[in-house]
Design a protein around this ligand. Structure first.
Ligand code: PLP
Length: 383
């Protein structure tokens, strides 16, 4: 039996009429950019996330870039993040003019290690009248950018405590975590700004590119709305922004999908629970660890597996969808060679990159399909 890693068609089959209606409405009104659907989505998404405001934009990558500009990142300033993430996290920092500083992750949750964060700041930085400054280079630290990887929120109690000690804004890369919770708070409501992606394969995906920013600050919201449209007020520009708007039609699709999101998450979580139980007696498989304070929406179900590359080939030979997120940590990417990192600098991230493999977890996965995945993994280790 063929098992896809993700089959968006199944999700869409359920809401096809509503999606088609969105398209028909856009065609008849000729409203293609922003518009009432985007404003409604902004309201509904901020309500869902528990923030005062939400600002639509063109992608998750743009959301990160806009957020960095809005908090006042200047050229060559430092932004602290993790090496074990999708490329866009650090790519956005560089595109916004900054320099990424990497902090290693925790081996269980794959998220930023808050102790290492505090340690790095203590060892390298000082609070001055210019803000928190890296002593050796004199560069200002502009922000901390934790990533809620695979749908699980970072330890935001600790990260926020450190951020407040050092007077640093926190920008959440919540691209994989719409709806995830830390205690009772949703992703995007825990830092100064939350950044979301609606890339089609994300847990809340558009039918194209899209992104969203969340914030409680009216000033940041106003600034973000300005920067996403060239940074002006009318035709008067105090700063240079960009063109990063959300299409009306994508906003319409996303409104339909947002109403289903909790139901889809329940499906993902039930599938994750089933895998966890099934792999309990497989010593070579380490199932994902969720912090008891966190509620994961399992954007990915990622195990750490012995002989990962052989398992990957074995599953693929059986036509079972699986993927490695992410095979090379960012500090070892060619484009970041000038940052001066080398192999061995972040051993947890490096080790995870060699062990991780993500299995199908989407809500509409059938029991038979999941049993097939489980049986194949077990067969591999019993051979
Ligand atoms: C997908 C993703 C992004 C980028 O989102 P796009 O909408 O594809 O630009 C950024 N960070 C993380 C962690 C992601 O998974």
């Amino acid at each position: 039996m063929q098992v896809p890693l993700l089959d968006i068609n199944r999700q869409h089959a359920d809401i096809k009429d509503e999606l088609t209606q969105v398209f028909a409405d856009a065609l008849s009104t000729s409203r293609f950019i922003k518009g009432p659907d985007m404003e409604a989505l902004e309201r509904e998404f901020s309500e869902y996330s528990g923030t005062a405001d939400a600002i639509g934009c063109a992608s998750g990558t743009d959301a990160l870039i806009l957020a960095l500009q809005a908090i006042g990142l200047k050229r060559d300033e430092l932004v602290i993040t993790v090496p074990f993430t999708f490329f866009a996290t650090a790519g956005a920092i560089v595109r916004a003019g900054g320099t990424p500083v990497f902090i290693d992750i925790l081996p269980d949750t794959f998220n930023m290690d808050p102790d290492l964060l505090e340690e790095w700041l203590n060892a390298n930085c000082a609070v001055t009248n210019r803000g928190t400054v890296h002593r050796k280079t004199g560069k200002r630290v502009a922000a901390i950018m934790p990533v809620h990887i695979f749908g699980q929120i970072c330890n935001m109690d600790s990260i926020n405590a450190t951020a407040s000690n050092w007077d640093l804004p926190v920008i959440e890369d919540a691209a994989q975590a719409a709806g995830a919770k830390w205690r009772d708070s949703r992703a995007g409501s825990l830092g100064s700004i939350g950044c979301f992606s609606f890339f089609p394969s994300k847990n809340l995906g558009a039918l194209g590119d899209g992104g969203m920013l969340t914030t409680d600050s009216p000033d940041l919201a106003e600034r973000l709305r300005s920067i996403r449209e060239h940074g002006g007020k009318g035709y008067l520009h105090a700063e240079v922004g960009t063109n990063s708007r959300l299409d009306a039609i994508q906003a319409g699709f996303l409104r339909v999908k947002l109403r289903k999101l909790e139901e889809w998450h329940a499906g993902r979580r039930a599938n994750a629970d089933r895998y966890n139980k099934a792999f309990d007696d497989v010593d070579q498989v380490k199932t994902p660890v969720i912090d008891p304070r966190a509620l994961s929406i399992y954007n990915q179900y990622t195990i750490q597996a012995e002989n990962r590359d052989e398992l990957l080939s074995f599953l693929r030979s059986k036509q079972i969808g699986c993927a490695v997120y992410y095979p090379l940590p960012l500090h070892l990417q060619e484009c970041f060679a000038d940052l001066g990192y080398s192999k061995g600098d972040f051993v947890i991230s490096e080790n995870c990159s060699e062990k991780v493999i993500s299995l199908p977890v989407f809500g509409e996965l059938t029991r038979e399909e999941q049993d097939e995945v489980i049986a194949a993994v077990k067969e591999f280790y019993q051979r």
